[in-house]
Design a protein around this ligand. Structure first.
Ligand code: C5P
Length: 237
């Protein structure tokens, strides 16, 4: 079903599907990178876990009227998606202050953001994904002002749905990053992945970090933690 490799990113390979020309196969890799690729490692089983976790999250979001590129899980490490033209924006939603916003703006750790805070970053490795404002986003991408506002509204809807999902498995959604892409007909949908690589998740009982910060900060076993998330999601359904 797979044809040529279209693109290889830090965490996924993208192949063109042989059966439909507007569909791609995402193959999740075992590699983990942090700090824009400056820290790298490979973890046996990570690709499977992120594939399995995101293949549960996208259908959950579909049930909550969030359209995405996701079509179906194909096997342990691969999923079928619609091809989109990725909009080079990283849309970050924050419920509690931690990570870069603490360093950048001096917020105290765990300051709650109510309403949740949205930040836009320009997806550009050479520039280290800088924080940008709305006007920059309109200049740097092909989206309109109306579409930018729709993306932000969608990001907040996704936050509400994901917070509920994670709360139901005793995890607090602290923050996360989304990417959006344009389908062939022009419609903008959620793309890329939603996984513990792209979300900060803290156990609601122990406050233990259960996401890629485990790798970024070298504070535990990434595979064990991701496995625990998958098991909680499986137990839920
Ligand atoms: O590092 P920062 O605090 O800005 O990250 C905010 C959220 O976005 C975190 O959940 C992090 O995992 C995610 N993120 C990501 N990919 C990036 C940058 C941040 O998934 N390139």
């Amino acid at each position: 079903m797979k044809a040529e490799l279209v693109y290889e990113g830090k965490a996924k390979k993208v192949y063109r599907s042989k059966s439909a020309k507007d569909q791609l196969i995402l193959s999740y890799k075992n590699d983990a990178t942090a700090f824009n690729g400056k820290k790298k490692a490979s973890f046996m089983g990570k690709g499977r876990l992120n594939n399995e976790i995101s293949a549960r999250i996208f259908p959950y979001l579909h049930e909550h009227r969030i359209k995405s590129h996701f079509i179906e899980r194909l096997n342990e490490t691969e999923q079928l998606v619609y091809e989109t033209k990725i909009i080079p924006l990283e849309v970050v939603v924050r419920n509690l202050a931690t990570g870069s916003i603490v360093k950048r703006l001096g917020f105290e750790e765990k300051t709650p953001f109510n309403p949740p805070l949205i930040e836009l970053f320009y997806k550009n490795d050479d520039l280290d994904d800088p924080l940008i404002n709305d006007d920059h986003a309109l200049l740097l991408t092909d989206i309109t002002y109306k579409e930018l506002n729709e993306i932000k509204a969608k990001a907040l809807e996704i936050n509400t749905a994901l917070r509920e999902l994670f709360q139901s498995i005793n995890l607090e959604l602290i923050d996360f990053k989304l990417e959006f892409g344009r389908l062939q007909d022009g419609m903008i949908v959620l793309s890329d992945e939603v996984s513990p690589d792209t979300c900060r998740l803290w156990d609601r009982t122990t406050s233990e970090k259960m996401d890629k910060d485990v790798f970024r900060q070298g504070i535990g076993d990434l595979v064990e933690v991701y496995e625990e998330i998958l098991q909680r999601l499986e137990a839920r359904s």
